[in-house]
Design a binder for this molecule. Structure first.
Ligand code: PXP
Length: 254
């Protein structure tokens, strides 16, 4: 199975908004990312609009439609966000937990506890033609609840794995990676497509890419940061190389 890369351009908007300026423009980053080999663009419209704005979503929707590439809209499970997604009909919608006080999406969605609400959102989004994914921890109960909620995809949260690798916590990292592998197998068994994302950098991408069930990675913060030093196209090219090397390793071992 090939492994797709969705590039999350939120943090171009973070830099723009830090000055209340009109630049740098997320749409320009999206164009560059697609030209450099991103399979799709991911953007998170947060309720507080701290980075991506409604206008950005209009522009990104037009661009992706024109280029025939998927836009993956990350969003909280709220009436407002579901309404926006239903109006824009992005190729994909990814439901994430959201708290105003968090710096970034800190954990997975609790599908188990919010099953009815999530099921309603999934149904509205699927009705608008979106492929719906739920951003969850690699926990068997959350995976089963995601299938029950009617999602086609689960995106497994890789933040804890990436943090533990960076902290040099080898055993903890190995244990989390095992959970990601087992979760991917279980999701595949339930007929769910498996994606992964959060916190991925050059040092952590290969072992995640090596999990054979994973079809897509969504990567943002590291790529936008690395782009400061090497440019966005080069950062994406290098990430793709490392993804492919990780995946090749699995294919050769099979
Ligand atoms: N996937 C999801 C569902 C996310 O919420 C995020 C962060 O917005 C990402 C992927 C990308 O994470 P990062 O910016 O850490 O690469």
């Amino acid at each position: 199975m090939s492994l797709r890369l969705g590039v999350n351009i939120d943090h171009v908007a973070t830099i723009r908004n830090a000055r209340g300026a009109s630049y740098p423009e997320p749409i320009r980053a999206a164009e560059l990312a697609l030209a450099a080999g991103a399979d799709g663009i991911t953007a998170h419209l947060r309720e507080d609009r701290r980075h991506i704005s409604d206008t950005d979503i209009d522009l990104l929707s037009d661009l992706c439609r024109k280029r025939g590439r998927p836009l993956n809209l990350e969003m909280a499970v709220t009436e407002e966000m579901v309404g926006i997604a239903v109006r824009h009909r992005p190729y994909a919608a990814c439901l994430v937990p959201e708290r105003r006080e968090e710096v970034t999406t800190e954990g997975g969605l609790d599908v188990l506890r919010g099953l009815d609400r999530v099921r309603d959102a999934v149904s509205a989004l699927r009705g608008a033609g979106c492929r719906v994914s739920l951003f969850i921890e690699a926990d068997p109960a959350q995976i089963a609840a995601s299938a029950e909620a009617g999602a086609q995809v689960v995106e497994l949260h890789t933040g804890a794995f990436c943090d533990s690798v960076r902290a040099g916590e080898t055993e903890r990292a190995a244990a989390i990676l095992d959970r990601l592998c087992a979760g991917s197998v279980e999701a595949g068994r339930l007929g769910l497509e498996v994606h992964a994302g959060h916190g991925i950098d050059f040092a952590t991408v290969a072992p995640i890419a090596a999990i054979p069930q994973i079809a897509e990675l969504n990567i943002g913060h590291f790529l936008i940061g690395e782009a400061i030093f090497v440019g966005l196209p080069e950062a994406i090219r290098r990430m793709r190389q490392l993804m492919e090397a990780g995946r090749l390793h699995t294919e050769q071992a099979a």
